[in-house]
Design a protein around this ligand. Sequence first.
Ligand code: FE2
Length: 450
Amino acid sequence: MNMFTANPATPELRRPTAIFPGYMSGFGNGCETEALPGALPVARNSPQKCPYGLYAEQLSGSPFTAPRKTNERSWLYRIRPTVAHWSDFQKMDARLWRTAPAREVDMPIAPLRWDPLPMTLESLSFIEGMRSMTTAGDAGTQAGMGAHVYLATRSMVDEYFYNADGEMLVVPQDGRLRFCMEFGVIDVEPGEIVVIPRGVKIRVELLDKSARGYVCENYGGAFTLPERGPIGANCLANPRDFLTPEAAYEVKEVRSHLAVKWGGTIWGAEIEHSPLDVVAWHGNYAPYKYDLRKFSPVGPVLFDHADPSIFTVLTSPSETPGTANIDFVIFPERWMVGENTFRPPWYHMNVMSEFMGLVYGRYDAKPEGFLPGGVSLHNCMLPHGPDAEAFETASNADLKPQKLEGTLAFMIETRFPQQVTAFAAASPELQKGYGAYGRHLVSHFNPTER
Ligand code: FE2
């Protein structure tokens, strides 16, 4: 009897049902899942002998003593423990992946914007194709983040990776990806995100010819759902829409390569078997995906433009209440209905630093020049706002209810100033003179007319 699904795209990954990949619904749940019946020990974590001769291993995403609300750990029942997937690691070429602190160039005192990085003919895996645009904070103090664009043209084959420096929030912009992980398999497409906790081993396959997107590498507290306050118990990102993979494992006794990002360096070693050998697991520390199109936006229904924090999908808290290490915010499809209201984002200076990307469509504050796959950066206390075209259009619009359709932009907002990498500063995609858009805003002041 074959109790495993033979998936044509990934035949070596075995799991017990016909739906592939399989997911469990909910955010931050204590899950349990097994790819072989009875693989999970009953009522204990670490029996003298685990079923099927498996090893038990705990993966702790928080200190043991963290409060229950932030305490994260999972128990993995695996063919070999991670120490058996260890070898002599050598320093690898990190290519264009940078880690804070990394002050490679003087930080420009200007808003910056980049055209999409063009797809390359170079053979690049998801890891090899990581291009850091900004870094912030200090990974060694577990505070801050890196913001990257990835370009990928090949699947990883017998190659595995984990990131000890941070959790990775991946925002595909072009091309679908399959994340084969110790915890199971997640498929994502543009419009969805996947979050991979620190320390989780992955192999990334392309489901299309090539892939491009964004990665927020979070050195700080794990992403969680924001408080809703007076919004109440519903709307924004609802917990049931977060999907965690069911257990799946592979048995591969072949020469493989494990890369580990640790301390800002990427280390590599040859290993003899696949580390994606977790037959069952339970716990609340696991990767998950979320479809951003399931976000239920809440906004002003009579007048004014609310702060963008109302569109927070996930937040990485800091020790200071209300001051995020990172907020991940989206600007999705929504109705604009405000009466006597300037509807685009207002002119703004901010102690937080704003990195933006566009998955598809047009962003209402910058209808031209901010392209899908592009990047903008509005750093700490640098002024920004709608360009002249957006201002004139919005100031003179007939304020009927209007639906912003076919658009999905996002913002990664951090409390730390963002350092631009040398790669991003020298990139031909850096738009010359973007910061000058404000100079096209003319005075409308007339002291004789209110
Ligand atoms: Fe802003």
